[in-house]
Design a protein around this ligand. Structure first.
Ligand code: 26Y
Length: 825
């Protein structure tokens, strides 16, 4: 047996310091002669990793012995951010590490700044996956996350005079201190090749290129529990025996390393451009690498624990959740393994597959619904294409037999889209809905839209599959650790810190919402967070903002449906208004700092124009001596998890202003509300539920309802829309080159109803503009009444209990996965 090693304890900062020193010598990536802040970070992280690995081992040993049903969360994205603060916080060792570092001449505050964000994701869906891991660990669920180990995660955004520029960011440049490579966990992954039928009719996929998936584990500690689970990310490589040494020695160096290069491509970039055929092929390879390696890992664990294998036991031991359609290939891959490798018949394999797999939809935007070319699929994954075609065929038979009245719609419902013979496609979402036992949306409204619109006919076939799981966020990262000041106040007034794992307890703040003392403390904590963020902006971005102004923040991916354009147009209107005011009138306005942050997809031209407009407006407004004391416009570059952890606690007003029906849920809305930031927003996604929880008086509502959107678009098309004169005035102002001579015409034209560019103000910016300005006036009025604002802010936090990812994950565990707790004693 491996001897037990004592765990570090909160009181033992000497022991912790000794451990850090040990690692500075023996795990160091640096020469031994200096111990500067960078070395201190790596040594500290290595020391924390020891504690995590210990717990990790105990956890999986315990899972092995107890053999509960396990859940596997498959996702192409995990937006982990930094890990140090979270890890020592979850371990209860923050004070011990802070004290230990002080003894060693360092400061935890500076040390943690050394860590690079792990940005293996784009936005909401990836961050949700990371919040879910935190909750699964904290709730003691036997769970694994599976993803890919991209070398370059999300690009680094630099703002220049041209607007957004993208640069590769190598988060592994100096290696990640958290990952553990598992050289004993590798699986072969095949691409291309052909399907062979043997004498007894069994089909076998052979030939092609075979690569190897190698596992790296990132430990995920739960809060207040020993349970530490794993995010297992795969790296593609080529085993040494496949290296063509003869070719290499014959001087054919490039030929010899071809396969290695192909393997490297698979894990090189998150969402490589897919406008070319090669780009599409690469994306599909990535998806298959994730699905194939993860399922082989799942099978090996399943088999390891069972002597005589009864395959019908599989769904009682395994639940697989697909984070959107990106890992859909898990469906035909599971069928293939069960039939071709294990020899099961179609019906048995199908029952096992559909009872195992569940699917979450995160978007209804048509352009984000994945469709893969049948030709590409058949080339790369010939056996999977056969299986998908068979699933489609059986689905058609089922509909014809049970629902003949759907016959006329069948083509639109099929998994295979053969409508264009030149471009036959596989509809990945339909494959998921047909195959999975559960289909869920991520907020009430979104799940209703899935049932009534996007998947309505499927809903009529299988109403029992459809369910809602409103998103949530982890209260550890998004309140307890990112705002220690506010957390301390909450703990003091609730007389317990149990809210960190039972967020509903925040409702206990309601009774003190008007208490002067609490309001003062609350205000002081928010101000401290504003000052901290202002320091960051000055140091890192080089802009000076005044913490005494209203901090108004919109941070999220840049997208037309999220309507950063609506926000900046109203800022322009505000600028014009202030400019025209008398000095007395100006003195009476509420001074605001309007901040934007977010990345535009590299090839999304309209989104990039919006970024450019924001920065151009900022340049004019901030340099106008009459206006800038009352209004500042800041674009925060390179928005990421770490920036969010600074910005959200500092925010007083946050913007969640998507066109109704288009934002599936949103999750930053939850983080802001949790941190006492008031929301200005539309009735979209989770905004609706947030408003219900915190009370409609505490929410600045405006805009068209989802139900009205189709009618409004139609009226717009028919030329019935009469724009507000203030909207026209703002557009004219941009056209007058007030913000420079960049060509904004494509942006402005997309806002017109009648022109060819864009879709005739498809996102209803003009429609919602007047209501939005009214709501902004209300914000200003309310802000002048400090007691009222503070009360609303406290009530926002108090009403945020529902939006813990602990609640969301408990619902997934009970209602979809049937997975129970398995806590390490
Ligand atoms: C390119 C294509 C394959 C694709 C890649 C990434 C399509 C979509 C995505 C990402 C989608 C996404 O992040 N969706 C967001 O999911 C959040 C978590 O459920 C929601 O809160 C948010 O409203 C939704 O936009």
């Amino acid at each position: 047996a491996v001897p037990a090693i004592a765990h570090p304890t909160p009181g033992d900062s000497f022991g912790v310091a000794a451990n850090i020193v040990y690692h500075s010598q023996f795990s160091s990536r640096f020469s031994p002669f200096k111990f500067e802040v960078e070395q201190a970070f790596y040594a500290t992280a290595a020391s924390v990793k020891d504690a995590l690995v210990q717990r990790w081992n105990e956890t999986y040993k315990h899972f092995h012995e107890e053999d509960p049903k396990q859940v596997y969360y498959l996702s192409m994205e995990f937006l982990q951010g930094r890990a140090l603060t979270n890890a020592i916080g979850n371990l209860g060792l923050s004070d011990a590490y802070a004290a230990a570092l002080t003894k060693l001449g360092h400061d935890l505050e500076n040390v943690r700044e050394q860590e690079k964000d792990a940005a293996l994701g784009n936005g909401g869906l990836g961050r949700l996956a990371s919040c879910f891991l935190d909750s699964m660990a904290t709730l003691d669920l036997p769970a694994w996350g599976y993803g890919l180990r991209y070398k370059y995660g999300l690009f680094k955004q630099i703002i220049s005079s041209k607007g957004q520029e993208e640069y590769a960011e190598d988060w592994l440049e100096k290696s990640s201190p958290w990952e553990i490579v598992r050289h004993d966990v590798t699986y072969p992954v095949r691409f291309f090749g052909e399907v062979q039928v043997d004498s007894d009719g069994r089909r076998k996929w052979i030939g092609g290129e075979v690569m190897q998936a190698l596992a790296y584990d990132i430990p995920i500690p739960g809060y207040n529990t020993k349970n530490t689970i794993s995010l297992r990310i795969w790296e593609a490589r080529v085993p040494a025996e496949d290296f063509d040494l003869y070719a290499f020695n014959a001087g054919k160096h490039e030929e010899a390393v071809q396969l290695q290069l192909k393997a490297d491509q698979i894990c090189s970039v998150l969402y490589p451009g897919d406008s070319t055929e090669d780009g599409k092929l690469l994306r599909l390879k990535q998806q298959y690498m994730l699905c194939s390696a993860s399922l082989q890992d799942i099978f090996s664990r399943f088999k390891e624990r069972r002597g005589a294998i009864s395959w019908d036991e599989f769904p009682n031991k395994v639940a697989v959740q697909l984070n959107d359609t990106h890992p859909t290939l898990a469906i035909p891959e599971l069928m293939r393994i069960l039939m071709d490798d294990e020899g099961l018949g179609w019906d048995q394999a199908w029952n096992i597959t559909s009872s195992t797999i569940a699917y979450t939809n995160h978007t209804v935007l048509p352009e984000a619904l994945e469709k893969w070319s049948q030709v590409v699929m058949a080339k790369l994954l010939p056996r999977h294409m056969e299986i998908i075609a068979e699933i489609d065929k059986r689905f058609q038979v089922l509909v014809a037999r049970t629902r003949p009245e759907l016959e006329s719609k069948l083509e639109a419902l099929q998994v295979l889209d053969n409508s264009n013979p030149e471009k036959k496609l596989v509809r990945m979402a339909h494959l998921c809905v047909v195959s999975a036992h559960s289909v869920n949306g991520v907020a009430e409204l979104h799940s209703e839209i899935l049932k009534k619109e996007l998947f309505s006919d499927f809903y009529s076939l299988w109403p029992e599959k459809f369910n809602n799981k409103t998103n949530g966020v982890t209260p550890r990262r998004w309140l307890r650790f990112c705002s220690p000041e506010l957390s301390a106040i909450i703990t003091k007034w609730l007389r317990t810190d149990k809210w960190v794992t039972n967020l509903d307890l925040l409702s206990g703040l309601r009774e003190f919402a008007e208490n002067k003392q609490l309001q003062e403390e609350w205000n002081a904590a928010k101000l401290a967070n504003k000052v901290r963020f202002a320091d960051y902006l000055l140091k890192v971005v080089g802009v000076e903002v005044n913490p005494q102004t209203l901090f108004d923040i919109q941070i999220k991916r840049i997208h037309e449906y999220k309507r950063q354009l609506l926000n900046i147009l109203s800022v322009i209107y505000r600028y014009k208004t202030i400019k025209e005011m008398s000095p007395e009138e100006r003195a009476n306005t509420v001074p605001r700092t309007v901040m934007f942050g977010g990345k535009a997809f590299a090839t999304y031209a309209q989104a990039k124009r919006i970024v450019k407009l924001v920065t151009d407006v900022g340049a004019v407004v901030n340099n106008d001596p009459n206006v800038s004391p009352h209004l500042k416009v800041v674009f925060i570059p390179n928005y990421n998890v770490t920036v969010a952890e600074l910005a959200i606690p500092a925010s007083e007003l946050s913007q969640h202003i998507s066109t109704a029906g288009m934002e599936a849920s949103g999750t930053s809305n939850m983080k802001f509300a949790l941190n006492g930031s008031l929301i200005i927003g539309t009735l979209d996604g989770a905004n609706i539920e947030i408003r219900e929880e915190i009370g409609e008086d505490n929410f600045f509502l405006f805009g068209a309802r989802a139900d009205d959107v189709p009618r409004l678009r139609k009226e717009r098309e028919q030329g019935k829309f009469v724009p507000d004169p203030r909207f026209e005035e703002v557009k004219d102002f941009i056209r007058s080159k007030a913000f420079g001579d960049f060509d904004y015409e494509p942006l402005l034209e997309a806002l017109e109803g009648d022109t060819g560019y864009g879709r005739g103000d498809y996102f209803l910016v003009g429609q919602d503009f007047p209501g939005y300005l009214d709501a902004q006036d209300k914000v200003d009025e309310t802000y002048k009444n400090r007691a009222k604002w503070m009360k609303m802010s406290i009530l926002s936090t108090a009403g945020s209990g529902k939006f813990s990812s602990d609640r969301t994950i408990s619902q997934y565990a009970n209602e979809i996965w049937q997975v129970g707790q398995c806590r390490v004693p």
